[in-house]
Design a protein around this ligand. Structure first.
Ligand code: SF4
Length: 92
């Protein structure tokens, strides 16, 4: 299987109204925050029409890349989804 085909087998259960990742409000994004719009494998980060970074964490694979890059600086708040929600990986 190609990587794309494997990723397609993942399933997500969205926890409505309780996103597990939040971006701290900002005027202009830092370089790290801006980088998230390119490096998130699930494309959960994008620029809004004001040039600020927003997230929709519904398809998040919980890889932790954004957490490593931006949590310590407080630019994002990252928690695992509640039990039973989030990504469900299908192996084999
Ligand atoms: Fe994207 Fe990974 Fe961060 Fe989820 S944990 S939003 S998949 S970079």
């Amino acid at each position: 299987l190609r990587v794309e085909e494997k990723l397609y087998q993942n399933r997500y259960l969205v926890d409505p109204g309780r996103p597990h990742i939040k971006v701290r409000p900002h005027e202009r994004p830092s370089a790290n925050l801006l980088a998230l719009t390119h490096i998130c494998p699930a494309k959960c980060y994008e620029l809004n029409d004001k040039g600020q970074v927003e997230t929709t964490s519904d398809g998040c694979m919980e890889c932790g890349t954004c957490r490593v890059l931006c949590e310590a600086s407080g630019e994002i708040v990252w928690n695992y989804p509640r039990g039973g929600f989030g990504v469900l990986f299908k192996f084999g």
